[in-house]
Design a binder for this molecule. Structure first.
Ligand code: SF4
Length: 335
């Protein structure tokens, strides 16, 4: 790598980001001190159980937090420039043109009373200043790009299959030529064959258009298929971050290990899902110290009192007292 490319800021730089929700007047921290960088063209999976903070992280980056959410700390930079993620009006010019989102459940996200060609053309007119004719031509191109014949553009959402509707969502997300696509569980509502087709499409578009991808999922096998890197979230924090190859071969955090062990693998005779014992934490009343300690098979006394910091360990990062950052404790002590 040359020195000039080293100096270039990452495409996306998230630093110490914390977001609180006001739930019946009680603030609840949904994400806490989340930091990571995303390079152009990189695909990162954000993985965790419901309530782990993965969707809040992504919605904060896209400037799409709900009205009861507040950015309490931290910042997000796009190509070195700080984004006004907590100011809806100031965020408008950035939204969809730099980062766009493919939501889960396309039937809810698409407008049922408009033809799909109109729904894809609209952002081209609003954001790119195209005339109706130009925007319609672009929408036809985008439909072909995602594998739908352009003539199907006259259909209404209910006239398409679930997989085709999700392809329409991807076409809409690409309309304003963003550099980053966030897929929020984009294949959750689909059967396994259609899920594989949509993931393949996302992978092809990523390499063809040089897109960076943030894929939110609770399914590690989806990440294994289409990401370079994976970040595991628990109770609003990143607890492990590394390349897909490293995390699958040598998971460090006990939660990551349990997540991987919970994936059925018929080839190895493991046909059943093995659930992780215990319940996800209550964010209004989160456990002290390491939030995973009530469920952790490697728990130690220190875990109930001290929050482990997310430290560099090898080429990845891990937040666990088994991996101390101080020199004397550098060697992991887990069984
Ligand atoms: Fe388990 Fe302690 Fe590590 Fe938390 S810090 S994951 S409780 S060993």
């Amino acid at each position: 790598m040359t020195s000039s490319s080293q100096e270039k800021p990452p495409l996306l730089d998230v630093k110490g980001l914390s977001v609180d929700y006001g739930l019946k007047g009680v603030p609840s921290r949904a994400i806490d001190s989340v930091s990571f960088a995303l390079r152009a063209g990189e695909a990162v999976g954000l993985v965790g159980e419901s309530g782990s903070g993965k969707t809040t992280t992504a919605m904060a980056i896209a400037g799409l937090l709900s009205p009861n959410a507040r950015v309490s700390k931290g910042e997000v930079r796009y190509r070195g420039e700080q984004l006004p993620i907590d100011d809806d009006a100031s965020m408008r010019p950035h939204r969809w043109s730099e980062t766009s989102v493919v939501f889960q459940g396309a039937m809810n996200a698409l407008n049922p009373v408009h033809r799909i060609i109109k729904q894809i053309a609209e952002p081209c007119m609003l954001k790119l200043g195209m005339s109706r004719g130009e925007a319609t031509a672009r929408a036809r191109e985008l439909l072909e790009l995602v594998g739908i014949p352009a003539d199907r553009g006259s259909a209404y959402p209910h006239e398409l299959s679930g997989g085709m509707r999700q392809r329409v969502m991807i076409a809409m997300a690409l309309a304003c030529r963003p550099s980053i696509i966030i897929g929020d569980e984009p294949t959750t509502a689909l059967d396994v064959i259609t899920q594989a087709q949509i993931l393949k499409l996302l992978g092809e578009l990523r390499s063809r258009l040089g897109l960076a991808l943030i894929l939110i999922t609770h399914d590690l096998s989806v990440v294994a298929e289409c990401c370079d890197r994976v970040m595991i979230m628990y109770a609003g924090r990143i607890v492990e971050d590394g390349t897909v190859a490293e995390i699958f071969a040598q998971p460090k955090h006990p939660y990551t290990r349990l997540l991987i062990e919970s994936i059925p693998n018929p080839a190895s005779g493991k046909k059943m899902i093995r659930p992780i014992p215990g319940d996800p934490p209550n964010l209004v009343n989160r456990p002290s110290g390491c939030a995973f300690h009530p469920r952790c098979p490697s728990v130690m006394a220190v875990c109930a009192t001290e929050v482990p910091s997310l430290d560099q360990f090898g080429r990845g990062r891990v937040a666990c007292h088994l991996y101390r950052s101080s020199q004397e404790d550098k060697v992991a002590v887990h069984a």
